[in-house]
Unconditional design. Structure first.
Length: 181
């Protein structure tokens, strides 16, 4: 994969994520705006998502193989619910994050299954504990702001999505249902 990129082949910046529904994105944006903090660059609410796995620069010719591998991932068979109830500043990432106090086991299992499915394709993400998060602001270096109203957003996902990051916007390329009906 690195060799293809070095040879100048076209590529896409890809990641897997759980999407937020439009009403929830608006509610989270209103809550974030009520924090009153002006430090950092707010993430557009249209880009709110819960990252599962970041793939990075992927040769365009490999996108079909990524989709095929994702389609083979065992699905939980139920809606994945994540309670985003904690505000954190991730200093190394310089970001303000909305995170769950408790990451559900079903979410950890999905992420692990995705990571395993991507290994044969050359995606060897540095092993580390998965930290579920929704990015509220980038280039954030201030303290954790105090919220007038405690965060409690229930992200309920019935599918996961492969996104392309292009010019500051995220474009869905493919989706897979988590629930079989």
């Amino acid at each position: 994969m690195t060799e293809a990129l070095e040879q100048g082949e076209p590529f896409k910046r890809l990641f897997f994520a759980l999407e937020c529904e439009a009403p929830q994105r608006r509610a989270i944006a209103r809550w974030r705006n009520a924090l009153g903090t002006r430090i950092g660059r707010p993430v557009p609410s249209a880009n709110f998502h819960l990252t599962l796995m970041f793939l990075g620069a992927v040769p365009s010719a490999q996108v079909a193989a990524v989709c095929a591998a994702a389609a083979a991932v065992p699905m939980p068979g139920k809606t994945v619910t994540v309670v985003l109830d904690r505000l954190e500043v991730w200093r190394s990432a310089k970001a303000l994050m909305l995170t769950p106090t408790q990451t559900p086991a079903v979410l950890r299992q999905l992420v692990y299954a995705l990571q395993q499915a991507m290994l044969p394709l050359g995606f060897n993400e540095t092993p580390r504990d998965y930290r579920a998060h929704l990015t509220l602001a980038r280039h954030y270096q201030g303290p954790v702001p105090e919220a007038m109203v405690a965060a409690e957003f229930f992200l309920r996902a019935r599918q996961f999505t492969l996104f392309e990051s292009r010019k500051g916007r995220y474009w869905p390329l493919a989706q897979w249902p988590l629930v079989t009906e």
